[in-house]
Design a protein around this ligand. Structure first.
Ligand code: FES
Length: 137
């Protein structure tokens, strides 16, 4: 369903991501959310787009965008600890793979969604789900 594009600046989550999203469930427009220079490989950046919290990560020089609400008890993952390709929740230490959104320990309860990312002209843009209430669980 999603795949890497030949454009080096655009990332679409692959079918190996924690949660597969139908492209029809994503906003057609790209939302400008940050400058590429704001991103640090050791510290996620939390942003809010149309009421949805998204965590931006710089991982192996690629930008990733993940759902930012921890499935366990609603903490913001972007306030957690980024290390070794994982984000650890600041409250009870659920861990998720930054590249795929996969939940890596039991307390996290389930995988989180990865969103398409585009970097152009030093700006980071993402696509997000159209309807929050229809987001996959
Ligand atoms: S809120 Fe994230 S592990 Fe509890």
């Amino acid at each position: 369903m999603f795949h890497w594009l030949n454009e080096s600046t655009t990332f679409f989550p692959s079918s190996e991501s924690g949660i597969d999203m139908d492209p029809d469930d994503l906003s057609p427009e790209w939302h400008d959310v940050a400058s590429r220079d704001q991103l640090d490989p050791d510290f996620p950046l939390g942003v809010e787009v149309n009421g949805q919290n998204v965590g931006l990560y710089l991982q192996d020089d690629e930008v990733r965008a993940l759902e930012d609400i921890c499935p366990h008890a609603y903490a913001l993952l972007s306030q957690g600890f980024q290390e070794n390709g994982q984000i650890e929740c600041p409250l009870h230490a659920a861990r998720f793979d930054i590249a795929t959104g996969k939940c890596l320990n039991e307390i996290g309860q389930h995988d989180i969604r990865c969103f398409p990312v585009k970097v152009e002209g030093g700006r980071v843009s993402i696509r997000i789900p159209i309807k929050v209430e229809e987001a996959p669980k």
